[in-house]
Structure formats: structure tokens, C-alpha cells
Ligand binder design. Structure first.
Ligand code: ZN
Length: 65
């Protein structure tokens, strides 16, 4: 299942991948994520491409965390 819907509603806010991994204690790889345009991450305040969606592998990791 490929779900490209925005994750903001489900996971509160867009974060960079590193912050996603820290916040949700998961290990998302780049291919697990769908990235939006680079902007300042609201969590670490670095200029990053934020994760705006999850691919199938990312969903599985979030469910299994
Ligand atoms: Zn961040």
C-alpha cells in the first residue's frame, strides 16, 4: 500500500527525518519518506527537507515501533 497523504494530521507536525526518528523512536530511511520542499524544521530549527508523507516501508516502521 502506497500512501502519500500528508502526515501532518496524523502526526501533528512536519519534521525532518532525523527529528521524526528521534520523536517517534523509529528508523526511517530516506526511501521510507516523502519529502517536501526544504524549510526550517520546527523541531531542530535546521534547514531541511521535511517529511510530508510516508511510503509503505515508513508506515510499517511507524506501526511496528
Ligand atoms: Zn529536525
Amino acid at each position: 500500500m502506497l500512501n502519500l497523504n500528508p502526515i501532518k494530521a496524523e502526526y501533528y507536525d512536519y519534521l525532518c527525518r532525523r527529528c521524526m526518528n528521534m520523536s517517534y523512536r523509529v528508523r526511517l530511511s530516506e526511501k521510507d519518506c516523502v519529502f517536501g520542499e526544504a524549510t526550517t524544521c520546527p523541531s531542530c530549527h535546521r534547514y531541511k527537507r521535511l517529511v510530508t508523507g510516508l511510503r509503505a516501508g515508513g508506515h510499517i516502521k511507524m506501526l511496528l515501533k
